[in-house]
Design a protein around this ligand. Structure first.
Ligand code: N01
Length: 557
């Protein structure tokens, strides 16, 4: 570490900007100005460490900066999808709706950046191209990271530590469909939506994809467009959001117990205060089961999965939920043929469960058409539209709701090289080996936040981020106290963790279908179950235990 806790960042961090030759030096370089990067910077300052945050966006917010498509909102309730680290912050911020919209979440991110004066150590419009671990030389025991950037603050930064706040769903997947670049109209990707308003009034629009982003945007686009054609490869399960303004009386009561509720949430399997039913779906009568599903359907949201403890463990139990949702599709969608096409037959919740507002009812509109491309893929994009099975669907605008190169895409887009020049792309060629979702053997002093190997995407990403950053900050404090400069995951610990990840991943029903969880949405990506699918308390315990045992599984120098 380059700095002791009582030095101020300005004492040790000469700043150099705008492509000057030479490197500046900081304690921590943080990649990504989303919720992970923002909190990491705040924590670094608390430790008295110098840090700089780099982001190719022109502002904070990460995923919420880019995903501005119509209807974008979070499907974790806003009271929980927010930082908990500062009681004053959580008391002063007022959410307006149960599920916050993208603009409201982005306002919150900006509020946090202002409140903690984060921007002065952030560099926007600046992409990280490479990060190289430089071994200690000239009598120095420990090495450092050399990060090269392009854009507004192009240059080189040396840092003792590199923290990847690069996100799980931040590298948009542009599908390899022939002719895509020949399309004559406007093309949008939900994960890279323009900042200017997009007006589909009077236009014929095509949406490719039916994942969460499509399911949120389709009802909104259909309201505006003259005609909407949806190209569906795999139908998805979705539960109505039943979004509503927050009741001020209930909100006040929640705030009075906010800290306590957050602590309770950490003990829940998915880190959220949630209504979990301990019973199994097959232990109860059909009437009782239907009543429970109906009750949860009426409440709305992903809490539907909590209806029975075995829904994601037992195929027969899972099928009861799957069939319930299919019965709802048949009830809502007037045209039986369309209802049939919209009905998924894979494991319920295997691909990430979606949450919607009027998704299926939208197919009752006169201006929408569903094209099933499961058997016959999109042949090509022509300047005038989308060609499937010899038929051309003429459109003026194309919306790619085709998801992300998830979990590993953002890190692998950067040329990261560890000890001995080992490229991360090579190390991860057969799967993202890591230890505790925090570190990678051969890549000393590099930490990942709420990414591969962590349970965050199955839980509350915000509290997953907080747990990781507190762990990293404690680790940095420990190293400072002990006069240590280097930490690296041991290969044996990494191998054990990776095996544990494989075992629990394969045991889960969620590994049975082609989803971004297993990298199946990206051609050529190794099929590996990438998030940690154990419970949040179990995961937190493992991280805490490693720390308590003097960072067991890590080599410290
Ligand atoms: O992406 P997806 P997403 N031809 O990968 C289809 C989070 N999120 O952006 O399933 C035709 O789920 C693809 O088809 P298939 C959330 O974690 C959260 O919607 O591969 N179709 C699929 O239908 C979510 O899970 C929120 O057969 C093609 C779709 O594109 C994650 O982000 C909101 C195709 C991609 O679906 C990703 O969601 C939004 C092709 N060539 C997102 N290529 C909330 O908090 C791909 N597809 C609410």
């Amino acid at each position: 570490m380059t700095q002791s806790a009582n030095q101020t960042p300005s004492e040790t961090a000469p700043r150099r900007k705008n492509g000057n030759a030479g490197s500046e030096r900081v304690d921590i370089v943080i990649i990504g100005a989303g919720f992970a990067g923002m909190y990491m910077l705040h924590k670094a300052r608390e430790l008295g460490l110098s840090a700089v945050v780099l982001d190719k966006a022109n502002g904070v917010g990460g995923t919420w900066y880019w995903n501005r498509y119509p209807g974008a909102r979070c499907d974790v309730d806003s009271i929980q999808y927010s930082y908990s680290f500062d009681e004053d912050l959580q008391q002063e911020w007022e959410w307006s709706e149960f599920y916050a919209t993208q603009p409201e979440i982005l306002r919150y991110a900006n509020h946090v950046a202002d409140r903690y004066d984060l921007r002065r150590d952030m560099r926007f419009n600046t992409a990280v191209v490479s990060a190289t671990f430089v071994e200690g030389a000239n009598g120095k025991r420990t090495g450092h990271w050399l990060v090269e950037t392009q854009g507004e603050h192009a240059g080189r930064i040396e840092a003792s530590f590199c923290v990847m706040g690069t996100g799980c769903l931040s590298t948009p997947n542009k599908p390899k469909i022939e002719g895509l670049d020949d399309f004559a109209g406007e093309t949008y990707h939900t994960g890279l939506w323009p900042h200017e308003a997009v007006d589909f009034t009077g236009k014929r629009v095509a949406v490719i994809g039916t994942g969460s982003s499509a399911i949120q945007s389709i009802p909104e686009i259909a309201k505006q467009a003259a005609h909407l054609t949806v190209f569906q490869r795999t139908p998805n399960y979705t539960i109505p959001a039943r979004n509503h303004p927050l009741d001020p009386v209930e909100y006040t009561k929640t705030k009075a117990r906010y800290r306590e509720l957050r602590e309770e949430a950490k003990k829940q399997p998915n880190g959220l205060f949630y209504d979990f039913n301990p019973k199994g779906a097959l232990e109860v009568s059909e009437e009782e089961r239907r009543a429970e599903f109906e009750r949860r359907w009426a409440v709305g949201g992903t809490m539907f999965v909590g209806a029975y403890a075995d829904l994601m463990k037992n195929t027969d139990a899972n099928e009861t939920a799957a069939e319930f949702v299919r019965s709802k599709i048949r009830e809502i969608v007037e045209d039986p043929e369309t209802a049939e096409k919209l009905s998924p037959d894979n494991v319920f919740g295997c691909k990430r469960l979606c949450v919607d507002t009027d998704y299926w009812a939208t197919y009752n509109r006169d201006n929408i058409e569903l094209v099933d491309v499961s058997d016959e893929p999109i042949e090509r994009i022509l300047p005038e539209g989308v060609k499937v099975g010899g038929k051309v669907y003429e459109v003026d605008a194309l919306v790619l709701a085709t998801g992300f190169d998830a979990m590993t895409g953002a890190m692998l887009n950067i040329d990261i090289r560890g000890r001995g020049g080992l490229p991360l792309r090579e190390k991860w060629a057969e799967g993202p080996y890591n230890y505790l979702g925090l570190a990678v053997a051969g890549f000393p002093n590099m930490f990942m936040v709420a990414a591969v190997g962590s349970p965050a995407v199955f839980a509350n990403v915000l509290t997953g981020i907080e747990q990781h950053i507190v762990w990293i900050a404690d680790c940095l404090g420990y190293m400072n106290e002990k006069g240590l400069g280097e930490i690296e995951a041991e290969e044996a610990a990494e191998a054990d963790w990776t095996e544990h990840m494989r075992e629990i991943g394969e045991a889960s029903l969620r590994s049975q279908c082609d989803s971004w969880y297993v990298g199946a949405n990206i051609p050529g990506k190794p099929r590996v179950f990438t998030p940690y699918i154990g419970t949040v308390p179990d995961y937190d315990k493992r991280c805490d235990e490693a720390a308590r045992k003097g960072y067991e599984g890590f080599r410290l120098l």
